[in-house]
Design a protein around this ligand. Sequence first.
Ligand code: PXG
Length: 469
Amino acid sequence: MNTPTHKNQLTTQQIQALDSAHFMHPFTDHADLATRGARVITKAEGIYIWDSEGEKILDAMSGLWCVNAGYARRELADAAHHQMMTLPFYNSFFQTTNVPAVQLAARLASLAPPVDGRSFEHVFFSSSGSESNDSNVRMVRRYWDLLGQPQRKVIISRHNAYHGSTMAGASLGGMSGMHAQGDLPIPNITHIDQPYFFENGLAGETPDEFGLRAAGCLEKKILEVGTDKVAAFIAEPIQGAGGVIIPPATYWPEIQRIVDKYGILIISDEVICAFGRIGHWFAYEKFGYRPDLVTFAKAVTSGYIPLGGVMVGDRVAKVLIEKGGEFNHGYTYSGHPVACAVALANLDIMEREQLPQRVKGEAGAYFAKRYAEFNEHPLVGLAESCGFVAGLVLVKNKHTNERFRPDDAVGMVCRGHCFRNGLIMRAVGDRMIIAPPLTLTFAEIDELMRLIRLALDLTQNEMHQKGLI
Ligand code: PXG
């Protein structure tokens, strides 16, 4: 389809040339991209996207873990249009506010369940997950300063975590490639091992035993840093960008025990896991821990417009509000009226269609059952899911769980087969991961699983032909 159909319409090649000439993409090798040209995505509906060549693709990554309510929701466009015509922007710095931001803050507070009598009555808004985590660092430090413990500065995170790409976000994250390029982490951020049983479980160790051992790394680190110096622990309930690492059931309760013992704060980074992804509005409910701060972004608007923020639990809010005076932190777009109006309409859809309940209920159970079938595939070491997020590890030898070498690029081979056959599935090293829209019907679950199986079969053939299995 390289002939433009309209005089103002560009061909795919023209768009790709302009893209290479001017658009610097996130996390991209531009010299490499220029040799192949970016895939141009032009429209989307339901769970499908289309490219400029007219190819229809099932988007099993919901854009980038965002589009929980699915594409082409008129209500969300109408909400944005209405708000833009009413009040497109006003700041909330100088003792002013706006109606959608107030309504959204109250609505989010009502959706975040209290744990052990502690609730989330306050929300701080930003425009992304990264900014929200920067806000977390600021709030955590301010909290301890106000309590007369300014030496409590250290935030403990985990290797292979993802918490964003700003200086603080990338530092909190545990991605060595990001640290290497930015002189990161910034001071007072340190990391412990991730709870990845498939990779780090010992011979004879059960997942539950491993979960306790992995959580024990936190206590070791607290003692190493100094019990009076640790401010907070930050973690994703399930690591998303790290490859969908689902912790064993014992992990989070043990983390809670340790955190309570030393009085430090928990930041639950739910940028991926909140808003129904694992069957709850907020994911801490599923894993049974009690965060003090909860990061959100992405699916709060189903990705239709940028919005992020932090649910501020009572413990922190009380100190900041009652003792803090002015908090010298905020963004131009904190509480942007259009973004908040779209979020409210998005939550309306999620509530009306009971998307978290679907994921927790029959649709989720069917998804889990169908996904678990990949455990029989010769190329799969372990396939696991939680709600509508899932990951599997591609192995050379199913019986010994021998892994491919990084140079074998098995994930990229598999991703290539997905792309060519109309499926977006993400590769993280040798792990293949999905997080489809929560609207997925039973028939669409079947179609998704058919496409995954096809990609696995084609990958197996290719690896076999290359003599790698
Ligand atoms: N926390 C978590 C848990 C995330 O997943 C962020 C913070 C940062 O959000 P912003 O809105 O600043 O991007 C994220 C973002 C991937 C991938 O490769 C994942 C994210 C972003 C980009 C790529 O899976 N998650």
